[in-house]
Design a protein. Structure first.
Length: 183
């Protein structure tokens, strides 16, 4: 059960609708998910949307690699809503379901593409060690440039925020299509 119920459009104040309508017009549907909760604090929701949209739409990484970072972040935080929202997007942007299944079950994935392995190693080390070794950083910087590695960290940071909102307030997962995250 949600600890803070997402707002519906009918319940929203004028300020909440001013902020929320453009967010949900792009995402589709009613005020659900993490933004349905964040709209209880409309100023924060507005700033979060701008940052999240920038990180999500930024061109530093191909969408396939961005979705890999998001999948790893969802798994790291056991964020079921985030996983269910992004699993289909990861597939549609070209990630193979086998590495996603390995991530879901906390197994080490086998990647067909080297860039995916580099991202995986970078994010894994970031979460495990709260930092990046010189070797992993150099490998990622050589592959993606400085803007690319900053992008990896920004995506992980943004989706960590989303995961924390979803987990703290027990945001309900409405799509049961992807395989669920185990505990």
């Amino acid at each position: 059960m949600a600890k803070i119920e997402p707002l519906s459009r009918d319940q929203a104040s004028d300020e909440q609708r001013r902020v929320g309508d453009p967010i949900f017009d792009v995402r589709g549907g009613d005020y659900g998910g993490p933004f349905g909760v964040l709209l209880h604090y409309p100023e924060l929701a507005e700033h979060a949307d701008h940052y999240g949209t920038f990180v999500r739409q930024g061109a530093t990484l191909p969408k396939r690699l961005s979705e890999l970072v998001i999948a790893m972040t969802a798994r790291h935080w056991s964020a079921r809503y985030e996983w269910s929202a992004h699993y289909p997007q990861a597939l549609s942007h070209g990630l193979d379901p086998k590495p996603l299944e390995a991530i879901r079950t906390r197994a080490h994935p086998d990647f067909a593409q080297e860039d995916e392995e580099i991202v995986y190693d970078y994010v894994t080390e970031l979460y495990a060690n709260r930092g990046i070794s010189d070797d992993v950083h150099t490998r990622a910087t050589n592959a993606f440039g400085e803007a690319g590695v900053i992008g990896i960290v920004a995506i992980a940071g943004w989706y960590t925020s989303v995961a924390l909102v979803c987990n703290a307030f027990a945001v309900t997962v409405t799509d049961a299509a992807p395989p669920p995250l185990p505990d």
